[in-house]
Design a protein around this ligand. Structure first.
Ligand code: SAM
Length: 221
């Protein structure tokens, strides 16, 4: 059953534009072109275009559409960018990032759960997105093999910015990362051409924890 998904998608995107989460034509087009229903478990398809996170198994979530839009806008992505995502989850945000950087770009996405990485791979295949490299591992260590990155998008909350992510960000690069324990702030991290770091807090958010060497030690913070 289709549940009028295409209509609902258009309505949601208009709403995200009206609320200022989608600000650019490029993000609008990316969100219009990726069918979020392919990244949502079958029993939740009717909620695909509600602006809410949905459970995807292993106590993890696909982020709410407004959060995907907001983080994508904040990354200031360019055609051809190489992007590291930490927390593949369903693969939906990686799909949006892939649309943003085009065929000359590259998305590397790290997920700690092998089962989710497999599901994300299948979801991306269904969406005919073939240029996302999914890696199973501890994303708090980044992913050295493809470093440095133009942009880094962290989709789980860390206690602080993991040092390997700062190292693997190119000079002139940008990272968006939720930081905090119970109260999390979305932080935009810029690295200037001399390697200096500046941080800007852009608002309160709620994410599942980043679990790993430079993250939290357990799911309960
Ligand atoms: N970007 C995802 C999407 O579009 O569906 C949503 C990500 S979900 C909010 C956060 C993800 O981060 C979960 O899948 C979780 O397993 C993963 N995660 C947590 N700690 C991690 C780590 N150290 N390395 C990689 N992934 C991690």
């Amino acid at each position: 059953m289709n549940y009028g998904l295409d209509e609902r998608k258009k309505e949601l995107i208009e709403d995200l534009k009206a609320k200022g989460y989608i600000r650019s034509k490029k993000v609008e087009e990316a969100m219009l072109s990726v069918p979020r229903e392919l990244f949502v478990p079958d029993d939740k398809i009717m909620y695909t275009y509600e602006d809410q996170p949905l459970m995807i198994g292993l106590e993890q979530t696909i982020s709410a559409p407004h959060m995907v839009a907001m983080m994508t806008e904040l990354l200031n992505l360019n055609e051809g960018d190489k992007v590291l995502e930490i927390g593949t989850g369903s693969g939906y945000h990686a799909a949006i990032l892939s649309k943003m950087v085009g065929s000359g770009g590259k998305i590397v996405s790290v997920e700690r759960f092998e089962d989710l990485a497999k599901i994300a791979e299948e979801n991306l295949k269904k969406a005919k997105i073939t240029d996302v490299k999914i890696v199973v591992g501890d994303g708090s260590l980044g992913y050295k093999d493809d470093a440095p990155y133009d942009k880094i998008c962290v989709t789980c909350a860390a206690p602080d910015i993991p040092p390997p992510l700062i190292e693997q960000l190119k000079p002139g690069g940008r990272m968006v990362i939720p930081i905090g324990v119970y109260f999390q702030e979305l932080v935009v991290v810029n690295k200037d051409e001399d390697g200096r770091i500046t941080k800007e807090l852009v608002g309160s958010v709620v994410f599942v924890p980043l679990i790993g060497r430079y993250g939290f030690k357990s799911e309960r913070f």
